[in-house]
Design a protein around this ligand. Sequence first.
Ligand code: CA
Length: 684
Amino acid sequence: MQYVKDALLKSKEKNEATWKVLDKFSYDGDDLGAVCSKAETTFKVWAPTAQMVKLRLYSVGSREEQPNVSDVISTTEMEHTPENGLWSITVKGNLKNIYYTYLVTVDGRENETADIYAKAAGVNGLRSMVVDLSDTNPHGWNKDSHIFVENPTDAIIWETHVKDFSYAQSSGVSHKNRGKFLAFTEHTTMYGVRDRRETCVDYLKKIGITHVQLMPIYDFATVNEAGGDEYNWGYDPLNYNVPEGSYSSDPFHGEVRIKECKEMIKALHDAGIGVIMDVVFNHTYKSRDSWFNLTVPGYYYRIGKDGKWSNGSGCGNDTASERKMYRKYMVDSVLYWAKEYHIDGFRFDLMGLHDVDTMNEIRKALDSLPNGSKYLMYGEGWKMFTNVDSGIFLANHTNMGYLDSRIGSFNDGIRDALKGNAFDDRNKGFAQCGVNKGGIIISAEGQCGKYCGWAQAPTQTINFVSCHDNYTLYDKLVSSCIGNRDYKMRYENLIPMVKLCQTLIMTAQGIPFSLGGEEFCRTKYGDKNSYRSAPSVNMVEWENLSNYGDVSDYYAGLIKIRKQFDMLRDPTRATANRLKFFQNLPNYAAGFMISEEDGEFGENKHHKMAVILNGSADNYLDAEIEYSDGSNWVVLADGTNSGVRSLGVVSNNRFMLNRNSAAILIYKSWYDEIMEKQQKGKKH
Ligand code: CA
């Protein structure tokens, strides 16, 4: 304490920021939090400005559980190491499933706080819990393995929310597991009578996506875990290293949610599907009374000299990734989920608020794990204002060049080019009326081809047309095209637009991403910010598969095409640089030729694909397939059907497209080659 006090006094004379002084007293051990064995448990917490820290042990996870009896087991002073700001204590005996908090005194004020490094917690996350993690492993966990793809561009990402996924009765999931982690473990879930369709994980397996991106599964604050049926997306972090209690069958016993979260991940892995976790390090739910701020007041947040808390996130409390102990916290937390929970990738909320050095540190830390280079990493690289010193580069689209090429960012360019401005209800994009051809071209190249963009390589762009934010794709099409906006209606003129959007997402260079259910015209009834709307608004309505099964089938066909052709998944810029855009099309249409690389000659003359998009709502398109050498073409997708099978042969280099439709064609000789290989494969 004296060291820190002296240093802080000196820094005041020099007008140096407090956090810079505290960075000099940082701790780099990997044992923060409670480390438990049968014989003893050691607690360590970093609190360099504290005058005193005490450990308090509790018999239960919340006061409400034993209102009339004292639930405090003990309160004990911890020992301080002033050189590195550490407070620690070792308690003899088996403390498994015992709850705890720290009483931290700063400037004469004592505050009770949970442990920011807690791995388990009581109901609603207010007390931390000592956990023996080996007790939380589901059967077969030691044989569970990561689902990785070779390159980030091989991933096909489907976003969902634990509650949305199975809340509806039409999910076919048992009543007790609906909206919970365990819903993912149920099989042979079905919906429908005549046209029976798989739902949930069976459905995902069938359509061929490679990864599920889960909206926050860490412990968030706003849903009461003790009961009721509250809803929130979960971008309100409370305990970063603890799973959310309301998704478990028993939020009162801290070990249960851990086990059930692992069971969910294992079930997805068993289905061959990787799990990407949505991490929200850019802000916390609480500010002055957050666990971080009660432990080391002021240190973890960007607070100006005027005392104003930076507000790039819109939540009023931007965290400070550039400071040593928060950077370490982010690295530690990501590694913990990767190792303990077998998470396969991470999606960083408002990544543009973090600095590039921290993001690269996380990449390096993941790379150090077995097969580490294969963990997926991407985030929202929006440009936002936040209070950082000059010389600190933020992880946004402008600075992609400073980021590892395997750290990607969401591509709002392709989103808005396809369906119009996401924040303007009536604004239309290429899919509705053929505007913004330029945006389509730059998007097809994955923001990294001859027409430039912000990415260094396709591995840096996450191509999408809708996610949990704003309107669903279908709602956006309804709001921009239909006068009376009846979101429950199936409008036949909108269906081709959905397919057109997904055709570009699946054939553009980059990593395809979709809001789960987008492919069967998911609606939230026009709710464009449903973060705390009713679950009935947010849930995936699996019965929509009866009404929009054709659209889902089309999406599955596009996935087959994407998986068949390596050039669609090139992690380098080579294919993007080879794209040739058709010059003779009207301004409401776009088309491009993608060719496979030939080692000696550059472009492979016989391996070519044409993608043609007609954005016009009024005109059919008689498209000339340019850059063709006169070969015959096989149609793989025509706006009605899609897949790796012939829908017909075109012999005169001209193809007719319906309104608001897209088509994929390949050289017939190439198609014949593929079919021959498949036949041979079947014989063997
Ligand atoms: Ca919670």
